[in-house]
Design a protein around this ligand. Structure first.
Ligand code: PEP
Ligand code: MN
Length: 337
């Protein structure tokens, strides 16, 4: 940490702050400028009391960390791109990956029709929520265990890998028994207890960025997963909350580029939840791909008009192959296969 003192802090006060730094267990290194004095505090905050309290000290202007809050998730920790396996499919290895499926698992027939179209389009990772975090408690909350059974049937019949969301710690075991990858939704990005518990079940995790989390907070959430035993994280930008209302959320393509530079984990985009409208999904997907995404997770439904949730943004599954065709020039331009 670096402690920046206010201009022209008297010597006696510099000594006072230095003593506090020592008392808290850090080694102080004093650098005197013409106006400002800066004290470098050497030591690991993990083992000592926080220096943050000095922000409340009258002569202290600021207390700044030198290191990033995320270490294991950072590029400095691993210069090689991490490749995450979802079943037999890999994400982040230079090959572009598509994941598709309905917002929610609604019935066997609905999942079967969607999965058939997805597989025919050449995609082998299927999404679908059995547990749905909904904005309103009165909206459809998912089929729960019945939904998991339907997802299991898709695995058995089509040999696809499954990704589905975990909304609470009590579901983790049951979801992990079916899912090849666990999704942490935007609303739970910073639910640290859930992240901790999800890390214990030996499944990769697709971590959606929270609607109001900064990139640093999002990567710190990824750090939580790694520290607690999950080294296989896929970051997913799904749009953030801004003043704009023309789209459901604002797809932060800048965050894709930043996350790719800052972290070794693969980055996917979810243009469906960012768009909120089906006719915006393709352009947003193209933008995310151009910004460096390793894959796209997109909502498709055999009959979007009848969807129980997110009807407006789901692509008709019979048109999923056309969606792929439309975005492939961007995948090629981004030098991915
Ligand atoms: C979803 O993927 O269906 C979902 C609820 O997404 P998000 O958490 O990004 O809103
Ligand atoms: Mn949805």
């Amino acid at each position: 940490m670096i402690i920046v003192l206010k201009p022209n802090t008297p010597e006696a006060k510099i000594d006072e702050v230095t003593e506090i730094v020592k008392k808290l267990g850090y080694e102080p290194k004093i650098i005197k400028g013409t106006e400002h004095t800066v004290i470098g505090a050497v030591g690991d905050e993990h083992f000592h009391q926080s220096l943050e309290r000095l922000k409340n000290y009258p002569y202290v202007q600021n207390v700044l960390p030198i290191q990033k809050p995320y270490k294991l998730a950072s590029r400095e920790f691993s210069s090689k791109n991490t490749i995450v396996k979802i079943g037999k499919e890999s994400v982040g290895g230079g090959e572009f990956r598509f994941i598709a499926g309905p917002c929610a698992v609604e019935s066997y027939e609905q999942m079967h029709a969607a999965t058939k179209d997805i597989v025919e389009a050449g995609v082998n990772i299927v999404r679908g929520g059995a547990y749905k975090p909904r904005t309103s408690p009165y909206a459809f909350q998912g089929l729960g265990e019945k939904g998991l059974e339907i997802l299991k049937a898709m695995k058995d019949e089509f040999g696809v890998a499954i990704i589905t969301e975990v909304v609470g710690v009590t579901h983790i075991e049951k979801v992990a028994a079916v899912a090849d990858c666990l999704q942490i939704g935007a609303r739970n990005c910073q639910n640290y207890h859930l992240l901790e518990m999800v890390s214990k079940v030996d499944r990769p995790v697709l971590l959606k960025r929270g609607m109001s989390t900064t990139i640093s907070e999002w990567l710190s959430a990824a750090e939580y997963l790694v520290v607690n035993g999950c080294p296989n994280v896929i970051l997913c930008e799904r749009g953030i909350r801004t003043f704009e209302t023309a789209t459901r959320s604002t797809l932060d393509v800048g965050a894709v580029a930043v996350a790719k530079q800052e972290s070794h984990f693969p980055v996917m985009i979810d243009p469906s939840h960012a768009a909120g409208k089906v006719n915006l999904v393709t352009p947003l997907a193209c933008a995310g791909i151009a910004a460096g995404a390793d894959g796209v997770i997109v909502e498709v439904h055999p009959d979007p008009v009848s969807a129980f949730s997110d009807a407006a943004q789901q692509i008709k599954s019979s048109e999923f192959a056309d969606f792929i065709k439309s975005v492939m020039p961007f995948v090629k331009a981004a030098k991915k296969k």
